[in-house]
Unconditional design. Sequence first.
Length: 255
Amino acid sequence: MIAPARLTAPDAQQKPPLLSRLIPSARREAGTYSELGRKVNGKALMQRPSPLQNRVTPTGEIEAVPARGLYTGNRGVLHGDGYTLGAARWKHRNWIICALAFKGRRRALMTPRRWTELFFLDEAVALAAGHRPCAECRRAAYNSWMAAVTEGLGRPRPAAPEADRLLHQERAVPGARRLKTHVAAMAGLPDGAFVLTAEGQPALTLGDSLRPWTHFGYGPPVARPKGQARLLTPPMNVAALRAGYRPTLHPSAAA
């Protein structure tokens, strides 16, 4: 179980970098972007809206809210030449969780024909939405996750493509653009898993309580109920949590 007093910090035990280290204009994320537009073949395409539709919920939906998160990630190219998403909510199976800063790389958000940058409040949210740590920018976390998956499932260590295939089977509703939920006993869920409350609110399991989620942080704890739960986190990621994988949680989870 993850004890609130031992919540892990982001990778390398550093304060999470501001998104402004990823893209120079990010300091204005909560304002308007009337001065910023995009041109295609020399013609103005559209003004950049704010906020962009790139914040992921524990249910896997992608919403437009002026909130920051501890991690970014991707599911492929989900936008067109403008700043809006198309109908697809994924284009490949390797859904990853990435660091906000890595080797000084810079990206302009929603660059045409480049992967769509998605953002998560914390790593537990990303795991609930069906993502897993990136093997490049978060190699240590990826190795820890893979070791925990191997132990939790009681099977030989899968290669990354096989792990992504198994995760995709658990998270995606075939023929639809939405994610699955599962049924599990509330009492047996490890810390870091996400469930839906009776009111349909995503909540983090932590100790003997649930912490209601918002894009801006977690609410006050409520007692963890008994009985069955509607589980959001795919069983494979739950197995990793149960085997000891410790996701990075937003500081509000310890408040």
